[in-house]
Structure formats: C-alpha cells, structure tokens
Design a protein. Structure first.
Lengths: 227, 492
C-alpha cells in the first residue's frame, strides 16, 4: 500500500504542476483577452512605455503602494515574499544532480530566508487576528493560506535541520516528476507531510488570491499611460 | 508634520446604514433605458449583469481575482474615517460585489462558499449594495495605497450600473444624466435662460470694473470653446470663478465662447458607471466644437469633467482632429500659459487679505494630468495661486496631491438626503484644514471642482470652520488680473 502510494506520488505531483500551470495560463489569457472599455490610469501616470514598466517593476519588486499605505504590512510582506524567493532558490539545488559552485553561496541564505518568511507570516497573521478592521474583512481562506505557508516552511525547515531525510532521493523524485520519468517518493513521514502541503499549495495557487502577483502587469490603473 | 490620524478609529458596524440615497423616479429611469421599479427577477438579472460587466471590463476581471484582503486600504477612505462603518472600508465595499461574484461565477465560491467568503445575493445584500455603493465618492484615494492597484470606484460604478439594471437607480445621478442628455446641462438651464444669466454677469462686470468684459455664448469662429460646470453660471462661490475667467481671457485678448449645446462640463455618466451615457454626454462637446468651429476645447473648474476630457475622451468619441493642440485643455493650463507668457499680469496685492490653501480635487489629482510634467495637475493650480495671492499654505502630507482627501460630496452623493454622510465624509479634509487655520491663519480654501465648492460651502460650518471661505481658483486669479493690460484682440 505504502509502496503503491510512493510510486503514485510522482505522477500525482506532475499532474498537480500541469494543472497549476495550465490553470494559470488560462487565467492570464482571460485577463489579457478581456477588453478595457475606457482607459483608467491612476495619475500621476508615466507618459512613456519605459515609465510604465518602471512603475510596474516598483509595484512588483518593492511594493511601492503598500509602502505608502502601511509600514508594518509592507515590511512583513517584503520579508514573506523575499523569504519565499530565497527558499525557492535554495530548492533549485534539488533540480541538480551535482552541486555547482555558484549554488554554494545561494545555499547560505537558507536560514535567513526561512526566518524572514516565518516572521512575515507571523506578523501578517497576527494583524488579521488583532486589528478589528482586519478581522472584519478576513475570510477563512485568508487565515488558511497563511497557516498553509507556515506549515510548509516549518516542515521544510524541520526536514533540513531536525528531521533529516535523504535529499538526494528527494531531488531524484522532483527531477523525475518534472521530466515525467517518475521515481518513488522516499519513505519519510516528514517528506510526505511537506510534499502533501506543497501539493495543496500548487493545487490552490491558480484558483485563489495567491495569483495576485501575476495579476499586477494586467492592472489597468497602472499599465495605462497618462495623456 | 503630525499625522492626521494618529489613531485609526475602531469599526462600528452599520454606523452609516441610515444614509440611503433617494431612488430615481420611474419615469427618469425609463427614459434612460432602465426599469422604473425593482424587477421581479432582480436576482437573475443582477447576477447576469455582473457576469457581463466583468467579462467586458479587464479592470473588473483583474480586480475580482487580485485582492488579497491585505487591509492596506482599510483606513484610507474618508467615509470610513468619518463614519467608522466597516462597509466603508474600500476592501469591504469591494467585497459586497466580489463575494457575490465568487458565489455565482467561480468554482471555489460555488462549492465552498464558507471557505472563500462567498455570499448569496439576498434582498438584504442588494439593499446594502444600494446603500454602500452610494457611500463611495469614486475618489480613488484607496487605489493610491492598494498594492494591487485596485480601483474601488470601478466596482462602485459596476454596482450602480447593476442596481440601475434591476430597477434601483439613484435619483441624483439619473436625474442629472437625463437632464444633461436632453437639455445640455445638469441644471436643465435652457439657452434663453443662459443668455439672461450671461448678460447679467456682463452688466455686473461692467459696473464693477468699468471694462466691457464679455461672456460670449454660441459665437462661431472663436478659437476657444470653454465648457464649464453649469453651477458656474450662478451658484456661489462658483460664479466668481466664471467671472474671474472672463476677466482673465479678456485681459489676455483670448478669442473664446461658451456653448448652450454643451453647457455642462461635468459628465455624470461617469458616476453612474454607464459608458454609453458617458459617451452620449461627451458627444455634445464634439458637436459644439463642430458647430462653432472652435479649435481649442478648454474645460473649466470641474473635476470629473477634466478626468473624462483628459483620460477618456479619445476613447469615448475618437480623436479630435479639429483641435490645434490635439487634445482638450484644462483652464489651468491655458491660464498658466497666459501668465507665463506675460499676456496677463497678476497682481497678488489685490488679494492682500487672502491666506489660501489648495484642495486637490480627487479626479484632477488621481484621474487626469495637466501640462507637460507628471506633477502638473498639482503644480499648475498652485503656480497660478502663488501668482494670485500673497500667501499659499500647504495642508498636512497625506491630505494633498495624489493622497488628497475627497471633499466628501463627489461621485453623485451631492444630494440633500445624504447631508449627514457628507458632513462625516468631509471630516478628514476639515481636520487638515483646521490645522492650517490654527497654525497659519488660512482664510480661503481654494478648489477647482464644482462639487468640492458646493460641498465645502455646505459642510465646513458643520465642522466649526464657518470663517473659511471656499473659493474658485479663477475667482482669486480674476481678482488679481490687471485689466486693460495685455494684448487686446489677439489670439491665444
């Protein structure tokens, strides 16, 4: 039974990735194909294409509007997102059979990235509970997204530090799932837990508010030039 | 500078629930192509219209998907700061619509409504749509702070359009759209009445200045067609702005005219969320331009008018090849040019007693641009004001320029039954103003929007600011104009 599950895990993971990517592309196309009847630039707006790109980049990479709105949310969001980015970069190690030299410094960020991400999650979750305005607007999935992210980060940190698993076997599993040459998932409760949670995240990503970052370039208030 | 709101107020559920805009007369709604009363199948029609609007509008489509309820906007709306009603937090206002969108138009909302906060559209919720989409002045301040660039006004407009579709039109906006479409202006002033008004103004001007300053109407072959909000024809303090404009244009020798066909700058079609009505009103401008043969279209002191003319006109009515500058111009652009090129001289000592502060009107600040620089919409009016008055004082950061607070009466809410809401909505502006009145002895609050002026004249006394005069920018400019100085008979 366990062995069957270990063999099915690979195809299932591929399926999840395909779903997520497919659904995301469908969503992007739907945004792109929906007409914008009247331009609605939020001014002052840049008059050049380069200016529009700079504006979008500022929103995408440094969350400029959020900085204007609230410092604490801005800082915790930056910590969460850049922490996640660091964690993803470290995971790139799993895609490579041998450790390339350039990867060595990347691996150094692991601990800091994890801490930053967790700190961001804690502050954002605390706001949702402590501030009455946030309590009013939050729906169950808002809390659950944060819980899911925290569980993924914590289980991942545990795998690396206190609940060691065979990372080479995990890498083989991942490369197998990506290349459709599936490898069995190593029998390790912590790894199974971590991957189940990651699978859930991949599943809900394109059909939840988690797509917000991808939506930013399509946002007509920002991507329209001022006249 | 001290923050305007060091402590954000706690929410008070349904604190603003009593403020309900009057419903439109059935005849008016029907004249605009909407049902006169709530239709029996309102539920189906509302859900279907929501789907249609989202499918045809990328902004709505993206905004349905991209909100994370991060809360950045929750303390940014003047109606929330003034009423403490949580439904006036922009995200909560959006969720009125978005939760219904999720329930009927997404898989997760259909199958797991409790998980994703999807709501069934009930009669109570429909009434809350009517209530709270008419407690949004569509000022877009929240959008400045939204990390996803979500513009709540787009959702309020969509909500209003859906409400009109099921027979719940709002009296203020529908009456005006109908009147402006039929007669040419929001007040329903017929051409003969307009002639009278302008003749009276010319007589007053002659008496006051000894100079025959004209207010030409429907005169063909003039270079500039000036379109002002109809309030400028007689409301106080608006009319002083029109008088000031006439003096300025006279002194500079600009060849200009008003139009009785396009005697309204404001485009309330924008408020109501109907692009068709907005286009129909905008087309009157083009018709007037053609009939009169003017080659410059100049928009007077009206916020929404300038947003429509600056950002939306080419999309609504196509390019305007007859315009020598290729686009509509704002009166401030024209005036600043006349001052900068020396065609008029302003003497600030004629406003000796004035200590002014400038209120950036929301649709000018966040919906349009002026001049050649990105900040022109903030700088040009201030440049004019500095030339016209001895002292200009700025209100607190966060209350001006792109972060300016709405006057509390915009977006179709300038009606009497909403007076209590309008007073509360003006609280942030009043707070910022109070500070400069105390510290800098400000005497005049200057605006370039007809709604702002009407609103402030009405609500500032309620905030203990009776002594502050609400003024048109061009009233002060006109007061400072040195008449009989400048090139007469020339062209702008």
């Amino acid at each position: 039974m366990t062995e069957l599950a270990a063999r099915l895990a690979g195809p299932l993971f591929s399926l999840l990735l395909a779903w997520s990517l497919g659904a995301l592309v469908w969503r992007l196309l739907r945004w792109a194909r929906t007409p914008q009847p009247v331009p609605i630039p939020l001014t002052p707006a840049p008059r050049s294409r380069a200016g529009v790109i700079a504006r979008l980049a500022g929103e995408l990479f440094v969350f400029r509007s959020l900085l204007r709105a609230t410092r604490i949310t801005w800082l915790s969001s930056l910590a969460l997102h850049y922490g996640l980015l660091g964690i993803l970069l470290v995971h790139a190690r799993l895609l490579m059979p041998v450790l390339p030299a350039w990867m060595v410094p990347v691996l150094q960020v692991s601990g800091w990235a994890t801490l930053a991400c967790l700190a961001g999650i804690v502050v954002l979750a605390a706001r949702r509970v402590l501030i009455d305005r946030m309590r009013y607007i939050s729906v169950p999935s808002d809390h659950l997204h944060l819980v899911l992210l925290a569980a993924i980060v914590l289980s991942g940190a545990a795998l690396k530090r206190w609940w060691p698993t065979d990372l080479h076997a995990a890498g083989q599993f991942l490369r197998g799932a990506l290349s459709l040459q599936w490898q069995p998932l190593p029998a390790h409760a912590g790894l199974w837990l971590h991957l189940t949670l990651v699978g859930l995240l991949i599943l809900v990503f394109p059909i939840s508010k988690l797509v917000h970052g991808v939506a930013i370039p399509f946002t007509p208030t920002w991507n329209t030039r001022g006249r | 500078m001290k923050r305007l709101y060091p402590v954000i107020p706690l929410i008070e559920q349904r604190a603003a629930a009593a403020h309900v805009a009057h419903r439109a007369d059935p005849q008016t709604s029907e004249a605009l192509g909407y049902p006169g009363e709530l239709v029996d199948d309102w539920h189906e029609r509302a859900v279907a219209r929501l789907g249609e609007l989202v499918s045809g509008n990328r902004a709505l489509r993206v905004f349905m998907d991209s909100c994370t309820r991060c809360g950045a906007c929750t303390d940014k709306c003047h109606y929330f700061l003034g009423t403490h009603d949580p439904n006036n937090m922009p995200v909560a206002r959006q969720e009125l619509l978005r939760s219904v969108w999720r329930r009927y138009h997404t898989w997760t909302g259909r199958w797991l409504p409790w998980l994703v906060g999807a709501r069934t559209l009930t009669r109570e919720l429909l009434d809350d749509w009517y209530r709270y989409f008419h407690q949004c002045s569509e000022c877009r301040r929240c959008a400045v702070f939204c990390p996803k660039g979500i513009d709540t006004s787009e959702l309020s407009m969509a909500g209003r359009e859906i409400l009109a579709t099921v027979g719940l039109g709002q009296r203020y906006s529908q009456t005006i759209v109908e009147k402006a479409g039929r007669i040419g202006n929001n007040l329903g002033l017929k051409p003969a009445a307009l002639v009278d008004v302008l003749e009276n103004l010319e007589e007053d001007l002659l008496e006051e200045t000894g100079v025959p300053v004209r207010l030409p109407l429907d005169e063909p072959g003039r270079e500039v067609l000036l379109v002002v909000p109809s309030a400028d024809f007689f409301a106080e303090p608006h009319v002083d702005g029109l008088i000031g404009t006439a003096k300025l244009l006279h002194a500079a020798g600009v060849s200009w005219t008003l139009s009785s066909h396009a005697s309204e700058a404001a485009n309330v079609g924008l408020f109501a969320g109907s692009v068709d009505h907005e286009r129909a009103l905008a087309e009157r401008l083009v018709e007037a331009l053609r009939t009169l043969g003017a080659t410059r279209l100049v928009i007077g002191e009206c916020g929404h008018a300038w947003r429509v003319a600056a950002s939306r006109l080419p999309t609504l009515v196509g390019e305007l090849p007859m315009l020598s500058r290729r686009r509509a111009e704002h009166l401030c652009e024209l005036s600043a040019e006349l001052v900068a090129t020396g065609r008029v001289t302003l003497d600030a000592s004629r406003n000796a007693e004035v200590v002014a502060t400038y209120h950036d009107s929301c649709n000018v600040a966040r919906g349009a641009m002026m001049g050649n620089s990105a900040e022109g919409a903030f700088e040009l009016p201030r440049t004019l004001l500095r030339a016209a008055v001895p002292r200009l004082v700025e209100m607190a950061d966060g209350a001006t320029r792109r972060e300016t607070f709405c006057c509390g009466g915009g977006g179709g809410l300038l009606s009497d039954e909403l007076m209590a809401l309008r007073v509360q909505g003006a609280e942030p502006r009043a707070r910022a103003l109070q500070a400069v009145v105390e510290q800098e002895a400000v005497t005049h609050l200057v605006a370039i929007c007809a709604i702002c002026k009407t609103q402030f004249s009405g609500v500032l006394p309620e905030h203990g600011l009776r002594q502050v005069r609400t003024a048109s920018l061009h009233a002060l400019v006109g007061q400072a104009v040195v008449l009989g100085h400048g090139v007469h008979g020339g062209r702008a």
